[in-house]
Design a protein around this ligand. Structure first.
Ligand SMILES: [Zn+2]
Length: 450
């Protein structure tokens, strides 16, 4: 017997928890229903807000007999979270445990209003970190890796995700958000093999390193880059360009400040993001009708926690526009996969009646190597008509006519979105580089209806 038995599977094991991860779909559904029923009872009996809102909707948890019955319950959203937090400060009356059982809170950045706190019990926290370890394992991270966590630690739910890599057995460097020169020095000194950041920062960091004379493939040892926080990681063209720049594999992760640091992530097949189905139930609803969209269709992501006891989240409207698939993955895992995060409802532009996401433009700008990949959208209204201008940088290598490049961009844009734009070609390195979340849209219309 080993003196200190490892608490993780052997490095050549494909799965963290094979029985769970490869179970047939019908077993997933049975598991989710069992967890949902217990969780709804907990929420109803312990959280004042849920008792009130379920009663007002005329639904008792015992009436939820199948997963579809969830739709009888009311939604919550960010606005309700804020209101209920103010109504019962400091954590709100969606909380379903006494404060002495809460061991950790994260808080949202507050970029769209009052920061909302997300509390965890000790068990919630352990469940979360165990899930992060499982997700990292599916992306190929192993105990032999040196993992550098370069996300913000200040109240941010992405911070503790590093403990998942640590639980998995990797050597972990809690770097946080440090200047890029410092981060590159850490990566070089310790020959870091994996790192987590945002897609735009991964791009910026790579470009900075190259400018500083660092050969990313020779001087550094980074083989895996985890990204989250922007749609870019799910846009194949963006991912491929980051991969080409770094000579590394890029894995997209999806997280939500009010639930988990990551709720989904790519396995080594990189064919969509496997969802944490034993923790969070997914609905994808049509923006106009509120009905579930057929598999593969775009709709708003609505989430229900299944285990998080400190603050259950029942039918939380995320504002994220996504699509899902339950088709088998080549990795053998059977959980549903997020096949695209197309953007946030807040980012969605309606131009001439067409729904347009910046991610649609990004895919065009990144696919064609005659463009640098940087772009900006400007929306104006002239004579009551919406007008889109796209500023896009040409690549340094492009020596042809700018008119030809602009016309090419417009052809792609029209075929993808049905919209045409005024396309301005800019010299390389003209647009500001984003250091974390990129701001690439300027809507100059006075109001949606103005
Ligand atoms: Zn897979």
């Amino acid at each position: 017997m080993e003196a200190f038995p490892a608490r993780h599977p052997p490095s050549d094991a494909k799965y963290w928890d094979a029985a769970l991860e490869t179970q047939p779909r019908a077993q997933w559904d049975a598991l989710k229903l069992r967890l949902l029923q217990a969780h709804l009872h907990h929420a109803y009996h312990r959280a004042p807000y849920y008792r009130h809102s379920f009663d007002a909707a005329g639904v008792h948890p015992s009436q939820v007999q199948c997963l579809d019955d969830l739709r009888r319950l009311p939604f919550i959203d960010k606005q309700i979270l804020r209101e209920r937090q103010l109504a019962a400060e400091p954590f709100g009356d969606l909380v379903a445990v006494p404060e002495r059982e809460i061991v950790y809170i994260s808080a949202s950045s507050g970029s769209t209003g009052v920061p909302t706190a997300s509390p965890f019990t000790a068990q919630d926290f352990d469940d979360w970190i165990d899930y992060e370890a499982r997700q990292f394992w599916s992306s190929g991270l192993r105990p032999e890796d040196r993992y550098c966590h370069s996300l913000n630690f200040s109240l941010f739910v992405g911070g503790p995700c590093v403990l998942g890599a640590q639980k998995l057995g990797a050597l972990c460097i809690h770097a946080g958000t440090v200047p890029s020169e410092r981060l590159l020095a850490i990566a070089r000194q310790f020959q870091v093999t994996a790192i987590w950041t945002t897609p735009s920062y991964a791009w910026y960091l790579g470009e900075t390193a190259v400018k500083d004379g660092i050969d990313l493939k020779r001087d550094l040892a980074i083989k895996r880059i985890f990204v989250a926080g922007e749609p870019g990681g799910s846009i194949p063209e963006t991912r491929r360009r980051i991969e080409d720049l770094w000579g590394a594999s890029v894995y997209d992760y999806y997280g939500l400040s009010d639930i988990f640091g990551a709720c989904a992530g790519m396995c080594e097949e990189k064919d969509g993001l496997h969802w944490a189905e034993d923790h969070i139930l997914v609905e994808v609803l049509d923006l106009d009708t509120g009905e579930p969209v057929p598999e593969g269709g775009r709709g708003e992501l609505v989430l229900t926690t299944l285990k998080k006891t400190a603050r259950p989240m029942i039918r939380f409207r995320t504002g994220d526009i996504v699509s899902f698939t339950s088709a088998p993955c080549a990795c053998g895992r059977t959980s549903i996969r997020l096949s695209g995060v197309h953007g946030r409802l807040d980012d969605m532009l309606i131009i001439k009646g067409v729904n347009l996401f910046p991610s649609d433009i990004e895919a065009i700008a990144r696919k064609d190597h005659d463009f640098s990949g940087e772009y900006k959208l400007i929306v104006t209204r002239e004579n009551h008509l919406d007008h889109l201008t796209v500023e896009v940088e040409r690549a340094a290598r492009y020596a042809g006519a700018e008119e030809e490049l602009a016309a090419r961009f417009n052809r792609h844009l029209k075929s993808v979105t049905g919209i045409t734009a005024t396309v301005r070609i800019l010299p390389p390195d003209t647009l500001p580089r984003a250091t974390h979340k990129a701001k690439r849209v300027e809507d100059r219309r006075t109001g949606v209806w103005g």
